[in-house]
Design a protein around this ligand. Sequence first.
Ligand code: 7TS
Length: 408
Amino acid sequence: MQVYLDNNATTMTDPKVVEAMMPYFSEVYGNPNSLHKFGTASHPALQKALDQVYTAINASDNDDIIFTSCATESNNWVLKSVWIDKIVNGDKNHIVTTEVEHPSILSTCRFLEDQGVKVTYLPVNEKGIVEAHTVKSFITDKTALVSVMWANNETGMIFPIEEIGAICKEKGVLFHTDGVQAVGKIPVDVQKVDVDFMSFSAHKFHGPKGVGGLYIKDSQPLTPHFHGGEHMGGRRSGTLNVPGIVGMGEAIELATKDIESTMVKVREKRDRLEDALLEIIPDTFVVGSRDKRTPNTMLISIRGVEGEGMLWDLNRYDIGASTGSACASEDLEANTVMLAIGADHELAHTGIRLSLSRFTTDAEIDYTIEHFRQAVERLRSISSSYAKVQPTPGGEAGECYMPHHMAH
Ligand code: 7TS
């Protein structure tokens, strides 16, 4: 059996999505900007995809949704263009974000710091979230933008976006949220939250890779990042990725149309896996309270078992997991979120992220429980550090659980 539990890194493209995309490679291949019928033949499909995205996030007719190549592009676009619009050409000098954003935000912020921008990186609290009042306390009259992710990719923790949006509105500051790990996993309604910009990416919700989007409230101005042939009303030039966009439309519709019942089913499997691992493996804990997490995600720490070692043992059993974000996992650094919630350095190397999808089956969960236990037993039997620790019972399900002897 093969078990893919790295759905926060990317997902399988839903076969129905692949089917919807196929005609747009070799039958309807014209450039949508061409005036002849080969070009215009793609227009109904592009319009359908746009409608599917508007419906999925409940955008209004006044809002813009611009197709991009990925969320990394959407994130770069917002940060760099707000810098040009409000800092270079305005009187602001400050951006507020968090320490636990995806590298596409953090690296862009570091680039902007090199250009002279002041950036505040807010820490998460011991529950793994950034609280709205913390955001408020760092906003000044020089703040151009607040960028806080909707849900964290490593822990699944859902941030208080509604409250942060209300604060930004009250303070007259632009608000961007990286919605990559929220869209398709939990209900996202852009009319219920005051977000000016939201990034998303199709390959995180069973769509194709290489296509994402940026939601822009009230179609407000934002200097383009790509200049060129005036595609998408001049907001983002470049020939449209027609098959990708068609796939994203189909994927977002499939992911959101029955989201409440899908969430229940995914959560039920995630919780069963989590309960079993916490019960059968002593000295483990899961980061972040269950009800505040996306239903598919768990970041589990196993004392004495280094994340990378565990990853490779699981890989031998054909189970795909992650030590955190795949984009950052090559550098073998301690998990920043775990450090932020107060784990010591050794513990911060033990995190394993398991992320399910709506395609995960009960048989896969059973297989994972059994092989996870075997991998932990093997690795602990050869761990010099674990032998010195007195084993204690497993963590409590549903709690942000950090036993005292595990913290500093
Ligand atoms: N933002 C978040 C919150 C993400 O989780 C990712 C990818 C991105 C942006 C980038 O999206 P892309 O469309 O440019 O690919 N996150 C991960 C991850 O957690 N493991 O691998 C990739």
